[in-house]
Design a protein around this ligand. Structure first.
Ligand code: 5AD
Length: 446
């Protein structure tokens, strides 16, 4: 690389799949002579990799695009990529005159060419789905040095009525098992020992030959892999084969993020989720039986059209019954073109009611998590150190296999290391811990 190499800055919004896509885009651009920078000012190319899941995600990006315009270097090329790019396409070019490249999730191969075109004054859109596209020949440029995001499936074939993702990411397709194994081997060679397999309904993985159970076993056989996670599975797509693989493959961690969305069968039906309240609880029971020590987290939407007080109480009931370690909670956000927006207007839940429910839900989850976490004090866990703690003060952030966040004293030198810690304190959601020195094993008696 010379000083004249063009520079590129990528800002990522939304889910882990988007982080992974950003890594692929940067990899592709690096292969075309670009150098990644971590600040937008002065960059030759600025990419905003966007999310469309809720309205708020999009308004943030619109605001951010304005901000970038004011501060960017004159002549910089601005591209909008990802789900919002796919959803809005030409509207983005109309609304934001400084944007010259708009690329959806299947179009990143065209990125270098479209940037070249933009230099010549062209403005272009690439939003065609490509069911063959897995970017196999790209070498991702990874942001994280400890865990590797590995996409195993792109798109989504489910039709949840609230969700924009099938529109923005297209039909579901799985990557070949051997390609996933090859990428796993590559990240281990780079020194990483944790992989996170990504897909919209990752446990429905099917490459035509192998299912998700095969995939877990194959990735688990890669020498040097100590932790396997995956996100996000669909609650009742856990087959007995998959649960057996989870239990038997040592590296598969004892944590599943299991998006519930609602605890009311009536609401689940209207969401077109393929399970009811009992089905969800049954999936939880099967998972817990197969994977001792399993911790569960979830996503819940409140204020979905037609959700009554009674429905909401059922959600609270299931939340209490399952005892999630953590939950991501959202107010329903209508997304243009999704079936939920065509439901009768009288089913709309007012923002006031939705806000009230959200607050009660958050409170319920916190109370349960806090009580569970208090019981953990004094226990010992193996953690993997991920990064320096955000709040600073000579602390690093580490995770247990079951996804507890533990802050421990130490500096960047510990990043990537496995340590045994004792949990010494909790804020209610995260922990503080102390490193436990292992005693040397006693010599065997002769
Ligand atoms: N409104 C609110 N939340 C949504 N999610 C998906 N679509 C919407 C929507 N229209 C939530 C779901 C999903 C998470 C990623 O985002 O809970 O699991």
């Amino acid at each position: 690389m010379t000083d004249t190499s063009p520079t590129v800055y990528v800002e990522t919004y939304g889910c882990q799949m988007n982080v992974s896509d950003s890594e692929l885009m940067l990899g592709n651009l690096a292969a075309h002579g670009y150098v990644a920078v971590d600040h937008p000012d002065g960059a030759d190319v600025i990419l905003v990799n966007t999310c469309a899941i809720r309205e708020h995600a999009e308004t943030r990006v619109i605001g951010r695009l304005g901000e970038l315009r004011r501060n960017m270097k004159p002549g910089a090329i601005v591209g909008v990529t990802g789900c919002m790019a796919q959803r809005l396409g030409p509207q983005l070019l109309e609304k934001a005159k400084h944007v010259s490249v708009v690329i959806g999730p299947d179009g990143y191969r065209a990125l270098p060419a479209l940037i070249d075109g933009a230099r010549r004054g062209e403005r272009a859109i690439a939003t065609t789905f490509d069911l063959e596209e897995h970017y196999e020949d790209f070498t991702p440029r990874r942001f994280d040095k400890v865990k590797a995001w590995i996409p195993v499936q792109r798109g989504c074939d489910y039709k949840c009525t609230y969700c924009i993702v099938p529109t923005t990411r297209g039909p579901e397709r799985s990557r070949k098992l051997l390609d996933v194994v090859r990428e796993t081997e590559a990240v281990v060679a780079e020194g990483m020992s944790e992989v996170v397999l990504l897909g919209q309904t990752v446990n429905s993985y099917d490459d035509g030959e192998f299912d998700f159970a095969d995939l877990l076993r194959a990735v688990g056989r890669v020498d040097g892999v100590r932790r396997i996670r995956f996100t996000s599975p669909y609650p009742n797509d856990f087959t007995d084969r998959v649960i057996a693989a989870m239990g038997e493959v040592d590296a598969v961690c004892e944590h599943v993020h299991l998006p519930m969305q609602s605890g009311s069968s009536r609401v689940l039906k209207r969401m077109l989720r393929r399970y009811n309240r009992e089905g969800f609880i049954e999936s939880v029971a099967k998972l817990r039986a197969g994977i001792p020590g399993l911790s569960l987290t979830t996503d819940v939407i409140v204020g979905f059209p037609g959700e009554t007080d009674e429905d909401f109480e059922e959600t609270l009931d299931v939340v209490r019954e399952v005892g999630f370690a953590e939950a991501f909670t959202f107010k329903f956000s209508p997304r243009a073109g999704t079936p939920a927006t065509r439901m009768p207007a009288e089913l709309t839940v007012s923002d006031e009611v939705a806000s009230e429910r959200l607050a009660r839900l958050v409170d319920t989850i916190r109370t349960i998590a806090r009580a569970a976490n208090m019981r953990e004090l004094g226990r010992r866990y193996e953690v993997l150190v991920e990064k320096e703690a955000r709040r600073g003060g000579d602390l690093v952030q580490a995770r247990t296999r079951d996804f507890k966040t533990v802050l421990i004293p130490g500096d960047a030198a510990l990043i990537g290391r496995y340590l045994n810690v004792e949990l010494t304190g909790t804020t209610g959601s995260t922990f503080t811990g102390q490193i436990v020195r292992e005693r040397q094993p006693l010599p065997m008696a002769g």
